[in-house]
Design a protein around this ligand. Structure first.
Ligand SMILES: *Cc1c(COP(=O)(O)O)cnc(C)c1O
Length: 398
């Protein structure tokens, strides 16, 4: 499917002619795809069964609705093949298990999603060692590589401080060392960044976030070249984490408006970040669209927009940050991002009630992560303004 991103979002992956002349791709709720007779089974087994266009056999290996969503996503990521999973974590863990073996070494570029980091505890139990390096510290990255390093795993932009990794440099170093690269690009979406076009081997999304876009499903994806994706497909067949056909349908529908939504969220992000940067109750804003962000230049070089997540630190106590959150009327309070509804959280408090654990996470108690929806920026800003005024007044009283 040719065309630009909005056109691909709407049309890619979906057959023009569908069953019953339906315009939308049908939800095929079938756990198995029975054969007419033994001859058809023998023919199926004798021919290449792994092609995305091939006949289906059993729901854990593939499903027509899931395949349509996979082809749409592959078009957006500019990948030969994409695979969908029951969650972002399932995409990450299945991919790592497919590619790594006992004795291999993995490098993780931090910060990464905390459950991805936690998975390295599992990997170490199976004889796979992990080294951690900080984002954009390429000297450290070079020295972290060992003869048995198989893969570099990174996340960009990262949570919650929106570090943007220079993927061009990452790819150059990895290619020189003959090491694979895998990038969790959930925060960027293919609208803002397409890592495969920069030479990254595998791109991961938590499709729960912007791709689904409506806070109504969990899904994850891995995309790249066919040979690597076949290994991941083989692992998915065994581990069983394929996306359900129902969720694949909602994902297909969500992706149709991806480009529109992300454009709005990019605008909201920039406007809200600029408002916060000038607010007296704010100590620091983390948003790559601001010149003060450490990775502003990298973001300008690689990304089409800076996304819809803005993190900011309140100049005050942990309680003042909570007062801001509690006085916001527009966003929901809680984890996740990327949906049409704005959602905010005081990240550290959701991590742990223990101050030492929070300190170890490196996320300040006063940090608020505001994941912007597609509401209008003027309403979001007016709401933030009144909540901060109340929090400032409360701070003066104490
Ligand atoms: C949410 C998230 C994940 C995990 O995805 P789930 O769909 O919740 O399993 C992984 N990486 C990033 C960057 C995320 O934001």
């Amino acid at each position: 499917m040719n065309g630009t991103m909005s056109t691909k979002s709407v049309h890619a992956g979906e057959n023009r002619k569908k069953a019953h002349n339906s315009l939308t791709t049908p939800i095929v709720l079938s756990s198995t795809f029975p054969f007419e007779n033994t001859a058809e089974i023998l023919d199926f087994k004798a021919n290449n069964t792994s092609s995305i266009h091939g006949r289906l056999e059993y729901g854990r290996y593939g499903n027509p609705t899931v395949r349509a969503a996979e082809m749409k996503l592959a078009a957006l990521d500019n990948a030969e093949r994409a695979l969908l999973f029951s969650s972002g974590m399932n995409a990450i863990t299945t991919t790592l298990l497919a590619l790594l073996s006992s004795g291999d070494h993995l490098v993780m570029v931090c910060p990464v999603y905390r459950r991805s980091l936690e998975f390295t505890d599992f990997l170490s139990r199976w004889g796979i060692e992990t080294s951690l390096v900080e984002s954009n510290d390429f000297d450290k990255l070079r020295t972290a590589l060992k003869p048995n390093t198989r893969l570099i795993f990174a996340e960009t932009p990262s949570n919650p401080t929106l570090r943007v990794l220079d993927l061009e440099l990452l790819v150059r170093i990895a290619q020189e060392a003959g090491v694979l690269t895998m990038v969790d690009s959930t925060f960027a979406t293919p609208i803002n960044l397409r890592p495969l076009e920069l030479g990254v081997n595998l791109v991961i999304h938590s499709a729960t976030k912007y791709l689904g876009g409506h806070n109504d499903l969990l899904a994850g994806s891995a995309a790249g070249k066919t040979d690597l994706l076949q290994k991941i497909q083989d692992a998915r067949n065994v581990l069983g984490g394929i996306l359900s056909p129902m969720d694949a349908y909602f994902l297909l529908r969500g992706i149709k408006t991806l480009a529109l939504r992300v454009q709005k969220q990019n605008q909201n992000g920039q406007l809200v970040a600029e408002f916060l940067e000038n607010h007296p109750l704010v100590k620091r804003v983390h948003y790559p669209g601001l010149p003060a962000h450490p990775d502003h230049a990298v973001a300008r070089k690689l990304m089409k927009g800076s996304g819809g997540v803005v993190s900011f630190e309140i100049d005050g106590s942990k309680e003042t940050a909570s007062t801001v959150i509690d006085n916001l009327e527009l966003p929901y309070i809680g984890p996740t991002l990327g949906g049409v509804e704005s959602i905010a959280q005081q990240q550290a408090l959701l991590l742990s009630s223990d101050p030492d654990t929070r300190k170890a996470s490196g996320i300040p108690d006063q940090l608020i992560r505001y994941a912007l929806g597609i509401e209008d920026a003027e309403d979001i800003i007016a709401d933030l303004d009144q909540a901060m005024e109340k929090a400032a007044a409360a701070e003066l009283k104490t």
